[in-house]
Design a protein around this ligand. Sequence first.
Ligand code: UT7
Length: 341
Amino acid sequence: MTLRPTLEPPRVGARLAGTGSATPSRVLTNADFEKMMDTSDEWIVQRTGIHTRRIIDKSADENALTLATQALTAALADARMTGSDLDLLILATISMEMHCPPTACQLIAAVGGQNCGAYDLSAACCSFVFAMNTAWGLIRSGMYRNVAVVGADTISTFMDYDSRGRSTAILFGDAAGAVIMRATDDTSKGLIAQTMHSDGNRWVDLYIPEKMSHFPEGVEPNPEALHRVQMNGKGVFKFAVSTFPDVIAQTLDAADLKPDEVDHYICHQSNARILEAARERFGLPKEKLYVNIDRYGNTVSASVPLCFDELRRAGRVHEGQRVMFVAFGGGLTWGTSLWQL
Ligand code: UT7
């Protein structure tokens, strides 16, 4: 059977009914990095805008599942719901606890959900934004009404906190964030436009090798680099500086909106310079493009929902506003999700 995409207007809308987030207890400052490797606070702040990031404390049993559970519990409370009200849970992550079961199944059990669809979705730093678009499609089709989308990552487990990790460890941190989506009869609310892109030829720019055969042509296989983030920082930076604004422009075009008609741009927190370049290209005031990379670094799938939760809890997000979620990352992948709240 061929299922054709429909261009009919949606018969249901979706509300973003609650948010939550969680960050681990251990704080790593730039001064801590100065003690661990040959780097400086000045270098890190100038090149990235990061002052602190948080990483899990394994001895306290913190992991992606515990962070995701805290974030989802907070989001459910915010939406005045319980885990048993959920029909579907999508966990956006590259930090699955095991290959099987999906960490999402452990997560839904942890919040008391039963008979709820639960699966992990993995698209590197785009996981959360792609999961938002996927969730909207499932609500729009009428198949699901109460969906939780959670982004959680503990990228610190793929880092060397010594001179070997100098160009990566300073950038990243751990966190989780969650959003509850609910179907509504008000069809003015929901997703207005979205994009999801990939260029698999550029996977070599950002990858985590699991075995010796995973090292790309031209790279000497190195057992010490297994399970460690390998990144062409300069290449990814150049890609992001042009792609971030392009994908925002493409989404605005699709929605027939001008840049200032979107109230908040919630962008993946990869580097303060990348965010600033995007803000300048559209002439946006600082308050429209939220930045918290200075406190948390790049938290992969958690970066976008962590920003959104902070912004909401600060009382800056209101019904009737438009919010664009934007991300890019390994794959390479990039995409957007533009919402009418
Ligand atoms: O979710 C997506 C994930 N990835 C990204 O968004 C990454 C995007 N890329 C970046 O943010 C930047 O490329 C970095 C912050 C990673 C690096 O900044 P850069 O300005 O591109 O620096 P670079 O890699 O060109 O390195 C410049 C110099 C090098 O030394 P030499 O060869 O010029 O002597 C590095 O070895 O800086 C050196 N360096 C450092 N120095 C002090 C690299 N890391 C450090 C460090 N402290 N932590």
